[in-house]
Design a protein around this ligand. Structure first.
Ligand SMILES: C[S@@+](CC[C@H](N)C(=O)[O-])C[C@H]1O[C@@H](n2cnc3c(N)ncnc32)[C@H](O)[C@@H]1O
Length: 281
């Protein structure tokens, strides 16, 4: 999850400034995180948003564009696809990988589209980064036509993560309870009941939800620890011995996730939600 560390946000920065990342980080996100973690969620999010032939689709917080790219064959020649992200570097990679898709820079809190423009809006693994989630949902609803669908995927809460939870527990045991908050923001949208209640309150319905277990693959357990710890301020608060103890204990506790070919494959649990914008009466 290093590509867009929520810890990069500070009170003195605008949301757009806080999310700008170097191009190399966006390239690395595309080369590793997309195939090793996020790609498998895209068809489920598109199903949740009822995307099919002829759909006009907006993919919000598109990153390097995996959901939009996965939709190309589904929507066919009669469909249209636009990907929007706050981050210029993510969009540079998206344009390189799929030059034929329409990629635009924009903030989910203020989407640059007329009311009711799209049949479907998707947002995969990004809601937890939005400072004003209600506003984001309201914007997604505004740009979707009456009767259209919104499809979301979010990581489930930390308690529901069979591998990430023990990792965070070990980090907190060695470095203090603040580790939990520092490593925890990725999971803060993961209460499915709360998420669905928020969508219903915003006027969406019916709301379908499904919890599924995907896989996150790392080169080793050390690589998992490095990815998570070094993308947060936790790395500045621990000394080398503490860091080594975290790596060692995580390696031991999660050894059973090492595959015969030496990779480290852990479960990554998420919620996929599809919600319909009410038809105009
Ligand atoms: C973990 S990535 C997910 C990207 C993509 N949906 C995927 O599945 O690979 C989160 C994305 O949310 C974007 N993002 C964060 N806040 C945003 C906002 N307010 N408006 C638009 N995009 C935002 C980031 O720039 C980043 O590309």
């Amino acid at each position: 999850m290093t590509a867009v560390p929520p810890a990069a946000q500070t009170r003195t920065m605008s949301t757009a400034e806080a999310f700008q990342i170097p191009l190399a980080v966006a390239e690395s996100y595309e080369a590793t995180f997309v195939p090793r973690m996020f790609q498998e969620w895209a068809p489920h999010v598109l199903d949740a948003a009822h995307v099919g032939p002829g759909t006009s689709l907006l993919d919000v917080a598109c990153g390097t564009g995996i959901v939009a790219r996965t939709a190309v064959d589904r929507v066919g020649d009669d469909g249209t696809i636009i990907g929007v992200d706050l981050n210029g570097a993510m969009l540079t990679v998206a344009r390189r990988v799929a030059p034929d898709v329409d990629w635009r820079q924009g903030d989910v809190a203020d989407l640059p589209f007329e009311d009711g423009t799209f049949d479907a809006v998707t947002c995969q693994m990004a809601m937890m980064f939005f400072p004003d989630r209600d506003r984001a949902v309201a914007e997604m609803i505004r740009v979707t036509r009456p009767g259209g669908w919104i499809g979301l995927a979010v990581p489930a809460s930390l308690d529901a993560q069979p591998a990430y939870r023990p990792f965070v527990d070990i980090a907190a045991r060695h470095s203090g309870p603040e580790a939990r908050a520092l490593l925890g923001s990725y999971w803060n949208c993961g209460d499915a009941d709360e998420l669905v209640a928020g969508l219903e309150q915003a006027g969406l319905g019916p709301v379908d939800r499904r919890t599924r277990t995907g896989t996150a693959t790392f080169d080793s357990s050390d690589a998992l620890v490095a990815t998570e710890v070094e993308s947060t301020p936790l790395i500045e608060r621990i000394d080398e011995q503490t860091y080594a103890r975290i790596r060692s204990d995580v390696g031991e506790a999660l050894a059973h996730y090492t595959t015969p070919d030496g990779l480290f494959e852990i479960p990554f649990v998420g919620h996929v939600v599809g919600a319909q914008v009410p038809s105009a009466s």
